[in-house]
Write a protein of this length. Structure first.
Length: 154
């Protein structure tokens, strides 16, 4: 078993490398999963931008508990590496949070001009969202060949 510090460092590396995650929401006992581009901060929080009209965006307003998965492996023949998480999601409205998302996303996910166009769109208004994970589960057969399942509670 790795130390909590080592697992945090490994997760931070995965989050820096990956750009796409699957996000799961649920309302009225009806689960939903979607794919979004994301960025992460140093505290392992995850951020994405979505239209406020998308199903997952609407569902987060009714039930903020979410889960998700991020695959790190690059090709089918590579040994599996990825992480799963659960936590609480929210739409970001504070200017400081939005500015931080612009910094995290610019270059990694989309160019700054494209991000601004999404945020200003009248036809498809977009917002930034954040999930604060309460736990991560690592499944990594490369770094942990004898016990690929590693858990980190935050």
């Amino acid at each position: 078993m790795e130390s909590k510090k080592d697992l945090r460092k490994l997760i931070a590396g995965y989050l820096k490398e990956a750009t796409v995650m699957q996000l799961a929401t649920s309302v009225d006992n009806r689960p939903w999963a979607c794919t979004v581009n994301f960025a992460a901060d140093k505290d392992l929080n995850l951020y994405w931008m979505s239209s406020i009209n998308r199903r997952h965006s609407r569902e987060i307003m009714r039930n903020s508990r979410v889960a998700g998965a991020i695959v790190v492996s690059k090709a089918p023949h590579h040994r599996p590496q990825g992480i799963q998480f659960e936590g609480t999601a929210e739409v970001l409205t504070r200017k400081a949070d939005i500015a931080m998302c612009m910094f995290l996303f610019a270059g990694k996910v989309l160019p700054k001009q494209a991000l601004l166009a999404f945020l200003k769109s009248r036809e498809q208004p977009h917002k930034f969202y954040r999930v604060k994970p309460t736990s991560y589960v690592i499944f990594d057969t490369v770094n942990f060949p004898d016990n690929a399942w590693q858990e980190l509670d935050l």
